[in-house]
Design a protein around this ligand. Structure first.
Ligand code: PEP
Ligand code: MG
Length: 542
């Protein structure tokens, strides 16, 4: 096997070498429909092996679910086993293989026929089974093709994940410690897969383009997220280069250890708070371990996206309370629900939009759907009784939205008071991630206690460059005069109003940008937790 090099965007630092796990949601495309005459027997044996492998995985999942008290879910997998072993499926495939069809296209076709037959039945329950049948057929086909069609939640060995793209809900499903790194054909530095990789502390190379297709069959992948390349099926020499790099990185990491527990402060004594961006309360302990002085951005949407229904007020309260309690006196800034754009919300009907990033998202959606917004604000107010909680609104474009959101908040306060439910004080801030908010910062500042600049979106809206488009990498940096000037305007307006400015976009953790942000007047930098020690070191040299 010769190695193949894939070049892309260096999206999350570090190196890793590991088993490849191909995530292929949706349609599978077998690369051959026909087989050679005389190979029928061998191909059928391959099919039987693939079925056995899929059955092993399904049985293991069912057993795990039963053992952990999820008997109902286990039944689904047991039914999948039955279908995988169904003699009619085997007969259908055998017939097609004998007429020289490839077993992978045969199983997809037979599975498709069965599914069509089932969904034509006048029985709602059976119709719903059609998807299960398709799912099992594609798992068998994936096994034959040499990639796994299983969901990322099934990842049970530490692996490098290869995918066309990964939604936040995909990465959120990966069991802890199972992703060694990510290689995607789409995406940029501020795509959510990159952000997730940085907060998980694993390397990522994104935007490698169509070249990834040819490497989907790789067994092993080496990934260098600092330089921005990956190697499919690396030869021994490459592997030893990676091992050497990995040692260097470990040495650097240990030299940064001592910065974990120092306060963020410039050489001339200016206090700069170095905080973490979190996607769940579970990440709090790790963030504190890295030296987080608080949470500058708690992305609440992950709590909504990892399930099929909206979380209740009480469920939200428990999560927010857990986060503030973990941080004690240190602040935890919760960003209210920011869905739309590249983040879908199960449980809320979202219109198909021509330009989702310019669409009904963030505060725009929350103000229109009080049944979504109010339980969240009530849960946050209640959590504020247990720690130092703050709240900020995303995607604000003008002061009227801030006034409207604060009004809903006041209503929630009165309701809780009437209902005699305990709640606490909560400071309100606004994310500056539209150029409009930066330009109008002087109008917004008197209404709030702080600004937090979301450079990921601010860059894409200022430079009219989609944050997920790998072809626009040149334009995807906060180190652009237009963006820096907007941050400068925000800081000036804040100073005038006597409030502080933080940055919670990815620029906050970029060593090369920290000095500029501090010079502009930013006093809080919030980033993926693993970047904290280095950021503290950089700040100490400013
Ligand atoms: C941002 O836009 O910079 C930000 C922090 O929010 P998100 O990346 O979640 O859109
Ligand atoms: Mg944003």
């Amino acid at each position: 096997m010769t190695e193949t090099r894939l070049t892309g965007v260096a999206a999350s630092d570090g190196v890793a070498v590991g088993k490849a796990f191909v995530h292929t949601p949706g349609e599978l495309a077998p690369d051959r429909d026909r087989i050679e005459k005389g190979s029928e027997k061998t191909e059928l044996a391959r099919f039987d092996e693939a079925v056995a492998a899929v059955v092993r995985k399904l049985t293991a999942t069912a057993e795990h679910l039963t053992a952990t008290g999820s008997g109902k879910e286990a039944e689904i997998f047991e039914a999948h086993v039955e279908f995988a072993e169904d003699p009619e499926l085997r007969d259908g495939v055998e017939e097609r293989v004998k007429s020289l069809g490839s077993p992978e296209s045969a199983v997809l076709a037979v599975g498709g026929e069965f599914a069509a037959m089932i969904s034509a039945m006048d029985d709602e329950y059976m119709a719903a089974r059609a998807d299960d049948v398709r799912d099992v057929a594609s798992q068998i086909a994936a096994e034959l093709i040499g990639c796994s069609a299983a969901g990322l939640e099934a990842l049970d060995k530490p692996s490098v994940v290869l995918a066309r793209s990964l939604a936040p809900s995909d990465t959120a499903r990966i069991p802890k410690g199972m992703a060694l790194g990510f290689v995607t054909s789409e995406g940029s530095k501020t795509s959510h897969v990159s952000i997730m990789a940085r907060s998980m502390g694993v390397p990522a190379v994104v935007g490698v383009g169509d070249a990834l297709e040819a490497s989907l069959g790789a067994e092993t992948v080496a990934i260098d997220g600092t330089e921005g390349f990956a190697v499919a099926d690396p030869d021994p020499e490459t592997i030893s280069d990676f091992e050497a790099k990995s040692e260097e990185i470990a040495d650097e990491k240990s030299s940064l250890e001592k910065f974990k527990n120092v306060e963020g402060r410039t050489k001339d004594g200016r206090r700069i708070e170095i905080s973490a961006n979190l996607g769940s309360a579970k990440e709090a302990a790790d963030a504190i371990e890295y030296g987080a002085e608080g949470v500058g951005l708690f992305r609440t949407e992950f709590l909504f996206m990892e399930r099929d229904e909206l979380p209740t007020e009480d469920e939200q309260f428990e999560v927010y309370k857990e986060a503030v309690e973990a941080f004690g006196e240190r602040p935890v800034i919760f960003r209210t629900l920011d869905v739309g754009g590249d983040k879908d919300l199960p449980g809320v009907e979202q219109p198909k939009e021509e330009n989702p990033f310019l669409g009904w998202r963030g505060i725009r959606m929350c103000l229109d759907v009080p049944e979504l917004f109010k339980p969240q604000l009530r849960a946050l107010l209640r959590a504020a009784a247990f720690g130092n909680a703050k709240v900020m609104f995303p995607m604000v474009a003008d002061v009227s939205e801030v006034v409207a959101a604060k009004k809903v908040m006041a209503e929630c306060r009165s309701e809780l008071e009437r209902e005699a439910i305990r709640f606490g004080d909560i400071e309100v801030g606004v994310m500056v991630e539209t150029p409009a908010a930066a330009v109008c910062a002087a109008d917004i500042a008197p209404e709030v206690s702080f600004f937090s600049v979301g450079t990921n979106d601010l860059v894409q809206y200022t430079l009219a460059a989609d944050r997920g488009n790998e072809k626009l990498e040149r334009l995807q940096s906060a180190d652009h005069p237009s963006v820096l000037r907007l941050i400068g305007m925000t800081c000036e307006a804040a100073k005038e109003a006597g409030i502080w400015v933080g940055v919670c976009g990815e620029a906050a953790g970029e060593p090369g940008l920290i000095e500029k942000l501090v010079a502009l007047g930013v006093t809080e930098l919030s980033m993926s937790a693993p970047r904290i020690p280095r950021a503290k070191k950089v700040v100490s040299e400013v």
